[in-house]
Design a protein around this ligand. Structure first.
Ligand code: ZN
Length: 277
C-alpha cells in the first residue's frame, strides 16, 4: 500500500498539476470515498489528493461520504488534512477572491452523519463505543498558521480567523437566512465544511479549512443572489493561486512525528472501541 502523510480534500483541478501521480482505490468500512486517492509529491512531502465531489463533480454536498473520505485518507498514512472549499461572503468586505481561514464553525446541516462512533457494528464485527469529543476549537492551530503564512508568501493577505457557517444545501441561502447568519457575526457560508472537521478530529487528524469567497451571499449583496455560474467563474479565476498557496502550505506543515498541536491525541482518555486504520 502506498503512503502519504498529508491529505488535501478539494477540487478536481489540484492533482492534475503534479508529476507522477499514482491513483489508488481505497475501500473503507463506510463504503467507497468520493473517488480514488491521487498520491503525489510536493517539495519532498507525500500528499494524497481526494476530489471531494468526485472527479466528475457528480456528488452534491449532502451525498458526499465524509466518513469514507476521512477514513480512506487516514488508512494510507495521512495525519494532516487541508480542506479548501468555496464559500459565500456574509459581509460586504469579504468579496469574491477573499481567502478566509476560519477558526470556528457553526453546523446548520441536517442529514449528515457526523461521527464514526454511532453504535452501529462495523462489517468486521467491532462495535464502536460512545465518544464525546472536545470540539471547542475545530481547526488545527498549526495548520491554520501554515496556511496563513503560505497565503502571505504569495501576496494574498488572508482573513485570519472567522466563523464558517455550514448549510445543508444544495440550494443557496434565502435572503432572510443569509441576513440572520450575518447578524450572528458569522463570516462565510458553505456546504462542505461539516462534518469534515469533526470526523478528522475523531480520527486524530489535524484539519485546516481554507475558504475561498466566490460571491457575496444573498443577504450581503443587492442583486439577484448567488448563481452557480458566478461561483464557478470566480473559483476558476482563483484556482491557480489557491493551488500555489496550498502547495506552499503543504511544505510548511510539520512532520507527522513533530506535531506540537493536540489533534493527534484527541482520543486520549476516551475508548473508541474500534481500531483506527
Ligand atoms: Zn493539529
Amino acid at each position: 500500500m502506498a503512503n502519504a502523510e498529508i491529505g488535501v480534500i478539494g477540487g478536481s483541478g489540484f492533482y492534475s498539476f503534479l508529476d507522477d501521480v499514482t491513483e489508488i482505490m481505497v475501500d473503507t468500512p463506510y463504503g467507497p470515498p468520493s473517488d480514488s486517492l491521487f498520491l503525489g509529491d510536493i517539495a519532498g512531502r507525500t500528499v494524497a489528493f481526494l476530489p471531494r465531489h468526485g472527479r466528475a463533480h457528480h456528488l452534491p454536498p449532502h451525498r458526499i461520504n465524509y466518513r469514507a473520505n476521512l477514513w480512506a485518507l487516514r488508512s494510507v498514512g495521512v495525519r494532516q488534512v487541508l480542506g479548501p472549499c468555496a464559500v459565500g461572503g456574509l459581509r460586504p468586505e469579504y468579496g469574491p477572491g477573499t481567502l478566509l481561514i476560519p477558526d470556528q464553525l457553526v453546523d446548520r446541516t441536517q442529514s449528515r452523519v457526523q461521527t464514526f462512533y454511532d453504535g452501529e457494528p462495523l462489517p468486521d464485527g467491532s462495535t464502536p463505543n460512545v465518544v464525546h469529543l472536545a470540539f471547542a476549537d475545530p481547526y488545527c492551530p498549526a495548520g491554520r498558521q501554515a496556511a496563513a503564512a503560505a497565503a502571505r508568501g504569495r501576496d494574498w493577505e488572508p482573513v485570519d480567523g472567522g466563523t464558517l457557517c455550514v448549510i445543508e444545501g444544495p440550494r443557496f441561502s434565502t435572503r432572510a437566512e443569509s441576513r440572520w447568519y450575518a447578524g450572528q457575526g458569522w463570516s462565510v457560508v458553505g456546504m462542505t465544511g461539516h462534518p469534515e472537521a469533526v470526523l478528522a478530529r475523531e480520527l486524530e487528524l489535524c484539519y485546516t479549512s481554507m475558504t475561498l469567497v466566490t460571491d457575496l451571499d444573498a443577504g450581503a449583496e443587492q442583486g439577484e443572489g448567488v448563481s452557480h455560474e458566478e461561483v464557478l467563474r470566480v473559483f476558476g479565476k482563483n484556482v491557480g493561486r489557491l493551488r500555489e498557496v496550498l502547495f506552499d502550505a503543504v511544505s510548511a506543515l510539520p512532520a507527522t512525528e513533530e506535531r506540537a498541536c493536540a489533534c493527534g491525541t484527541a482520543l486520549d482518555g476516551l475508548d473508541p472501541g474500534i481500531r483506527l486504520p
